[in-house]
Design a protein around this ligand. Structure first.
Ligand code: MG
Ligand code: ZN
Length: 218
């Protein structure tokens, strides 16, 4: 019985997510659903990305958090517009919450919408929100065993950003093992090793998001 209920929730979500998707397409907005554990570096990546895109694209941000608006305050300094969604305890964003958030934007003033999902490696992967791409960020201190433990997150992501590679010399993180496992779960995924602290590897990510944005606008 419980399985049936979950299925219904997911189906209802798909409907709303595709309505969001249609609206974004009409407005020519490229949408990223950014997912990862608490502390993986989602907000820092966003700050870096916004700084890079500053004079090129108009970026709107939705910050999903269980409580507080701390991340939204960090981001508001850089983004064209920022909307905070407090889930009130829920551990992921869904299509309906994002639909509520969209109403706060002037969609004609945005080229890219980046949605920072709630910090969690599990259920954000199950709920579409109307995005073009899911992007996941994971950090070296979290360990190299995550593709096997949380396969769905890896399966649904177009890009895997491996953050905090500046810590590799200090931790037992086997890069080849990690890459192999990640690609076994999702052979189409692009893997980029980055450090939001030193900036290493971020160029590939910036190129990727710009390229995807211009492709979806044409
Ligand atoms: Mg954050
Ligand atoms: Zn959840």
């Amino acid at each position: 019985m419980e399985i049936k209920v979950v299925k219904k929730v997911l189906e209802a979500n798909e409907v709303i997510a595709s309505q969001n998707r249609r609206l974004f397409r009409e407005k020519g907005i490229y949408v990223v659903n950014l997912m990862g554990s608490p502390g993986a570096g989602k907000t820092t990546l966003l700050e870096r990305t916004l700084l890079h895109l500053k004079d090129k694209k108009r970026v709107g941000v939705i910050e999903g958090d269980i409580a507080t608006s701390r991340d939204a305050e960090r981001i508001a300094a850089h983004a064209a517009s920022t909307v905070q969604i407090n889930t009130g305890g829920a551990c992921h964003l869904d299509g309906n919450m994002v639909r509520g958030g969209i109403g706060e934007f002037d969609l004609d003033q945005i080229d890219i919408l980046i949605v920072e999902n709630v910090g969690n490696l599990v259920c954000p992967a199950e709920f579409k929100i109307g995005e073009n791409d899911k992007v996941m960020i994971i950090s070296v201190p979290e360990g190299d065993d995550k593709p096997q433990k949380y396969p769905l997150m890896f399966q649904v992501s177009s890009v895997l950003l491996l953050n905090k590679i500046d810590l590799l010399p200090y931790l037992d993180f086997d890069m080849e093992h990690f890459r192999g496992d990640a690609l076994r779960v999702n052979p189409r995924m692009e893997i980029m090793a980055i450090s939001c602290k030193t900036g290493e590897g971020l160029d590939s990510w910036f190129r990727w998001i710009e390229e995807r944005t211009s492709r979806s606008a044409s």
